[in-house]
Design a protein around this ligand. Structure first.
Ligand code: 5GP
Length: 107
């Protein structure tokens, strides 16, 4: 069971931003920006590469709602999904990092 499945199950607490039947958004425990939130499907899918495009579309719509709740939809933000070893993915459960709340550095 991944750490995110345990968060979905309520075994590990999280600071929730938004939730629906399919998806959950919560603050990252080790923020890399003023606002750093993770958006995940409740169902455990390993990564972006394994995900059904339909689900990714629904997750995109969910993220658009999350950034409105966070109040960063107008100021801008960055979304990142790390995939696999070379992508630096630590948790093998599809997630998008949502970063914002300040001017982010370029990379
Ligand atoms: P990855 O490197 O897999 O793309 O990102 C995993 C993210 O999950 C990291 O930014 C890390 O800080 C976050 N994370 C790991 N464990 C927990 C946890 O127990 N709670 C929360 N809220 N975030 C976590």
């Amino acid at each position: 069971m991944t750490i995110f499945e345990r968060i979905v199950a309520g075994e590990i607490p999280c600071k929730k931003v938004l939730e629906n039947e399919q998806f959950l958004a919560f603050y990252d425990i080790a923020p890399k920006a003023k606002i750093h939130v993770l958006a995940i499907p409740k169902q455990c899918i390993k990564d972006f590469q394994e995900a059904d495009p339909k689900l990714l579309g629904e997750l995109s719509a969910f993220i658009q709602e999350v950034v409105k709740v966070l109040g960063i939809d107008k100021s801008g933000y960055r979304i990142i999904s790390n995939i696999g070893r070379d992508g630096g993915q630590e948790v093998p459960h599809l997630h998008f990092h949502i970063l914002g709340g300040e001017k982010l550095g370029s990379f």
